[in-house]
Design a protein around this ligand. Structure first.
Ligand SMILES: [Zn+2]
Length: 59
């Protein structure tokens, strides 16, 4: 029986991929516009629809 080389105990665990649009925060800032001229009145933080707030990229 051939002895196998012992594997290293420290196997790097692949970290969860960060969601792109929100950079892993789960929230995205979007500009709020009003009126016919689309005048920006500020920014609003909304849940990231790409990861649904988890911050992890989904396949
Ligand atoms: Zn996201």
């Amino acid at each position: 029986m051939a002895a196998r080389k012992p594997r290293k105990a420290t196997v790097p665990v692949p970290a969860a991929k960060q969601c792109g649009p929100c950079n892993g925060t789960g929230e995205v800032a979007r500009t709020v516009r009003v009126g016919r001229t689309k005048r920006p009145v500020g920014q609003q933080t909304g849940i990231c629809l790409a990861c649904f707030g988890t911050g992890e990229a989904t396949d």
